[in-house]
Design a protein around this ligand. Sequence first.
Ligand code: SF4
Ligand code: SF4
Length: 383
Amino acid sequence: MTDFLLPDAFEEYSEARKAGFLKVKAAKEQGQKVAGCFCAFTPLEILDAAGLLTVSLCGMSPETIPAAETELPRNLCPLIKSSYGFYLTDKCPYTYFADLIVGETTCDGKKKMYELLGKGKETYVLHLPQGRDVPYALEMWTEELRRFVRYLEERFAVKITDEKLREAIRQRNALREARCRLMELLKADTLPISGTELYTFLDGIGFNFDIKDAIAKTRALADSLSGQQSPAVTPNGKRILVTGCPIGGVFQKVVGAVERAGGNVVCFENCSGIKPARCKVDENADDPIAAIAKAYLDIGCAVMTPDSKRFENLPALAKAFRADAVLDVALQACHTYLIEGRTIRDICKERGVPYMALETDYATADAGQIDTRIAAFIETLGE
Ligand code: SF4
Ligand code: SF4
């Protein structure tokens, strides 16, 4: 059994962080291989079929940003800086113990971060097409996934069979369906769970690596909730759809502000919410890799040009969840989402849905100002 070393600063860490390190260390010592990922485009089924445990490494804390800024430009998205800072400081157990980091050619900042990460950690970058509407995009992405399969097979001495892929597809589809079912409870008039409660659950269950258990827990929560109203919800509060960048690092500032102002977040149309959960892979396809490629290419994200799926899905979701307004959250220096905000505003305007754009980062300095702005926006929505 291989013994894995802990970071030099381990003894200075909090108890929770220490526990995280010890858990991953123990798994590694049992022979578990760990892949770290950063994006909803990461083809999880392929990593599952290769026997790797996959975990999101997206940095959601300002804690590691000063360290990252010693190497990265300051005017970069906080998610990238936070993630890279966790790598530099050895404060994230998953980054520290990852056998492999999987990236995709999404935004420029991430692409360049992967090059730097690759100097210290084994990093594999999947070349994602920059749009899904050109005829060869699907073919290119499918080939890219086949190249990834060959790489994993060789690197980890495993065979990724169609049977293993089909099993992984079934499991991931079941988990996505369970997550969708839970989120769709918020289509109702009576909201059985608040935005904060929902987000906290979905985020936490993402770190449950026993997928069957994660499916069971998500289904059980959905079953237990039907029909009742959460005490954390404001009765008849304005229904807000949150779209834009991943919001884990600004969650309290944004969703907390909506709730403090008497609104309710009814839909998260972003990578933390319904967007990746709606990515359903065809379980009966003859070619499972082609089916995975097709499903993932349908994820709407501002890194695509044009971002046709987001433009199509957002108004449909606003209607299905009966949103009174759309709140578009962009992380500072995220050019793709900031620029696309203009189109999202026009889409909302055409449909008569009030729209608010918000740009923020992981610092707390603007928290009071965001509270005021969101409260004023909700007030404009009327009774
Ligand atoms: S917003 Fe786009 S680039 Fe960022 S994690 Fe989600 S899918 Fe990936
Ligand atoms: S939030 Fe924007 S800039 Fe940051 S990693 Fe995601 S796409 Fe890139």
